[in-house]
Structures are given as C-alpha cells and as structure tokens.
Write a protein that binds this ligand. Structure first.
Ligand code: SF4
Length: 491
C-alpha cells in the first residue's frame, strides 16, 4: 500500500494507523503523488489558505474510493495536535468503512495509553480523560474502563518513586531454544555455550561498576529485574552469584522488589530455585504462555503443560510467595475455548500475578517467515480471549495494574499485567511509565536516564549480542560513566 503524505508532517501517525489495518502489508511512504496514480493508495494532504488548514484524506483501493475533508482554524490554540488528530480520525473512519472493522483503541497507536490517560486526568479530571478517549480518540468503552482501572492502580505504585529512585535491569540473553513467535535477540544456549561463562563474568563486573556509580550519586535502588532471554539458562551457581553480586554491591535497604524471570519451565529445577531463594529474590515469573500442549508444540516450546504444573508446585513447595505467570492471547491454533481452559488451569495454580500478552509478530520471527499473518480472524480470536480475561480475572481476584501496546500486535490489542492486591510487579510499572531511571546491564540492555525534574529521557545502549558485549566491554564501561555525568549535571 502506498501512502502519500502531501504538505504535512504527520507521516509517523499516518503510517502507524495504516499498519493497524494492514499489519502484514508493506507500507510505502511517498511525498508526491504522480499523475495518473493507480490504486491501491492512500492520499493525505494539508493546505493552508484563508486562515484555515484544509485536511484531505482519500482512500482509493480497487472497488473503494472515498474521501473526507475537514477544516481547522490556524488560530486553534493547539493547532498541530488538532490537525494531526483530525487527519487521523478522517483516515481511521475511511479505513473502518473499507475493512468493515473498528479498532479497540481507536486512533491511538502509541505504546503507553495509560500514561496519556493519566496526563489527561491530571489536567482536567478522570471524566475528562474518559470523554477525551471516547470522543476524540474513538477508544472503545471496554478499553476506556480498562484504562481508568489500570491507571488508578498504577498511580499508587508511581507514588512510591522519589526523585533519586532508580531500578536495575539485568539481561541474560540466552534461551534453550527459539520460540516461533519471538524476535528477541537471544542466543540459543547450545550455540552460545562457550559465551556464557565469559559473558557472565563481565556482567558481574558491569554490575560492580554500576553499583559504584549508584552509591556515589546516592541513588535509591527501588527494584531489580533479571530478565532475558531466559535467566534460568544460567547454572544454579551462576544464578546465586549473580543475585549475590547485586546484594553485595548495591544498597538494598530501599529495594522493594527483586524479580528473577525464571521463564521457561524446561530450564527450572530445584537447585536453581534454591539458588534464587537463597539469594532472596522475592518474585519469580514462570511463563507457560499456554497450557494447551498442542499450542506449546506449535510455538516451538520444548516442554509440556505437565512440566508447568510440576515447576509451579515445586516453586510453591520451596516457599515462593509471589509467582507471576505470562500468557499469550492469539497464539496460532489456540481458540477462545482452549484459552479459557488455560485460564482454568492457571486459576488452579493461583499465581499472585498474571501478565496477559497479545501475540505481536515482528518480521524476523519464525512464524512470520513461515507466512503466519496477524489481523482478520486471528485478531477477532485474540480479542475474544482478552474479553474472557476481562470477565474472568476480576472474578478470580485480579486487577489490572499496568498495560502497554506494541506494533504489529494481533487485533491492535494490548498487554495487561493483572495482580492480586499487593502483588503488583512494581518494576513493570516504573519501566512502562518511565517514572525514574532504569539502569540496564548486560547485552541488549538499554539504560534510560530520567530527568527527575522534567520528562526528558537520555538513552545509553549496550551492545546487542553477547559476543559484541564481550569484545567491546571496555566501551560498555565507558558508556556507563554517562550515568555519573548525568547526575553530576543535575546537582
Ligand atoms: S523464551 Fe522468551 S526470549 Fe527466549 S525465545 Fe522464547 S519468547 Fe524469546
């Protein structure tokens, strides 16, 4: 699909909106429309005259050719935003008509809708935020309810953060095998076996250097998250050393949460759980994605649902009091009925929190390369699964506490963290809201330095791949010094 952007700067929003309706199509952005252009194409323009901006949108595909025109006064106090939104609404309505569908989040394409909801609430109250979502952004009533509820719970967590608070993310970019929907830059442990030991050693060094800066600048460590990849591809001894390295080097007195994403059940055993427990990490995540064995096979997981139940029981026996489970709605071959059966199984395990993702497929995932597409019927199935979550999770005592969206996500839907009261994963909220600085250590980790007195963020990137991280480690340490410089300049 070719999208023409004539005389305006809203190409980012326009492209994202078109992608929402055509997630699998290649979208080509052009500036000028040649004479005698043949469909399919979308043409958008903004022309100024007589003190007004004239917005024009035309969707011309085979068998459908409609246009919309709107006028906005240049004197509008928020002219740029109003013009962008007006163009998006025109385009959205035409695309709804063309495809015979609407999108649950209307014209919203951003990753953090709750952050926007909070900004609007802070400005003019919750009712204003709700009406803005409904009338200006065309968000569905169901998603408005979800946004308001999530925002209410998030707000209590955000209040815990202080100006000098930071959180720590530690990356273990290895997995036992590659799941078919994944585009994450992780190395399968078999191929990367030789890299794990040197990587691990340098990661501990990076943590020591980072801790020295955190101490020096008197930053308050609020939460720690060891993620990946699959952290439990490390040995029990490495896991214990890693957690101990954090505890020995950082001041943990203000730390409210220490998560180890145990991840896939086929990497978890008693010894590793013991190492995590002795290291006093208090939150683990066991991520089944589904309890349907045939779906597990389709997504390339090398474990059964029985292993999930067994691992969960083991973790409980060993005293873990906060276990999160990740699920994915919209997995290939899964249906609303079997997803509902997965929920039954998950409720029987009674995890303290459940993160319900919706399938998002990047171009590099195996499923995409095999020709699996998103949208259409599979989008409707994923929407049905999320409806089930909205119905059943509250009845089982879970409330939404954080939410985000991704590009190329099934049905234009969302990912939501649900938890029992008092078991919210606070790191997730801090990261998603960009509340305070998150310092990333390890390959692929990104440090986001948040100005506590403003909204600006400065990013520091570590090298993506373990082999680059190992060979360029001195550069990693040099970049980490930017954390110190950033806080020096603040004081
Ligand atoms: S375990 Fe997670 S990071 Fe690893 S391949 Fe599967 S989805 Fe990707």
């Amino acid at each position: 699909m070719t999208v023409y952007i004539d005389n305006h700067t809203f190409h980012y929003e326009t492209e994202n909106l078109v992608r929402l309706f055509f997630p699998d199509e290649k979208i080509i952005i052009e500036k000028e429309i040649p004479e005698n252009t043949v469909p399919p194409y979308i043409y958008t323009s903004m022309n100024i005259n007589d003190g007004n901006a004239h917005i024009y949108v035309r969707v011309n595909t085979e068998g459908f050719d409609e246009a919309d025109v709107k006028e906005i006064a240049l004197s509008d106090k928020d002219f740029e935003k109003t013009a962008e939104r007006t163009m998006a609404v025109c385009l959205y309505k035409l695309l709804c008509k063309l495809t015979g569908t609407t999108k649950p989040w209307g014209i919203l394409t951003g990753v953090r809708p709750i952050k926007l909801f909070r900004r609007l609430s802070d400005k003019n109250g919750k009712e204003y935020a709700e009406s803005y979502f409904r009338d200006k952004l065309l968000v569905s009533d169901e998603k408005i309810r979800l946004s308001a509820w999530t925002e209410e719970n998030e707000r209590k967590i955000l209040a815990l953060s202080k100006p000098m608070s930071v959180s720590l993310y530690i990356s273990i970019p290895f997995c036992p095998s590659r799941c078919s929907y994944c585009s994450f830059i992780s190395q399968t442990a078999d191929r990367a076996k030789k890299l794990i030991a040197p990587y691990f050693e340098l990661l501990c060094r990076e943590l020591e250097c980072t801790a020295e800066i955190v101490r020096d600048k008197k930053l308050i460590l609020e939460s720690v998250y060891i993620g990946g990849g699959t952290p439990t591809t490390l040995s029990a001894e490495q896991l214990y050393i890693l957690i101990k390295t954090v505890r020995d080097n950082f001041d943990m007195s203000g730390c409210r949460e220490f998560t180890v994403e145990a991840g896939r059940p086929d990497t978890i055993d008693e010894e590793k759980l013991k190492a995590i427990s002795e290291g006093r990490a208090d939150r683990i995540s066991i991520n089944p994605q589904t309890l349907n064995d045939s779906v597990l096979e389709v997504i390339g997981r090398k474990h059964t649902s029985k292993q999930i139940y067994d691992t969960f029981a083991l973790a409980r026996k060993m005293g873990f009091a906060h276990i999160n489970t990740d699920l994915i709605a919209g997995l290939p071959t899964d249906t609303a009925e079997s997803f509902s059966a997965t929920l039954d199984g998950i409720f029987s395990l009674a995890p303290e929190s459940i993160t319900v993702h919706t399938l998002a497929l990047k171009r590099s995932s195996r499923l995409t390369l095999q020709g699996h597409s998103i949208g259409g019927d599979s989008g409707a199935a994923a929407a049905k699964m999320l409806e089930l979550c909205s119905e059943r999770l509250p009845k089982a005592g879970y409330e939404p506490y954080y939410l985000y969206r991704q590009s190329r996500i099934e049905g234009g839907l969302e990912n939501t963290g649900w938890s029992k009261k008092g078991f919210e994963g606070i790191y997730n909220v801090f990261v998603m809201d960009e509340t305070h600085t998150v310092i990333g250590c390890g390959a692929g980790a990104v440090t986001k330095l948040k100005n506590p007195y403003g909204s600006d963020l400065t990013r520091i990137f570590n090298y993506k791949y373990p082999y680059e991280y190992i060979s360029g480690f001195e550069e990693i340490l040099r970049r980490k010094e930017q954390v110190r410089t950033f806080y020096n300049e603040l004081s």
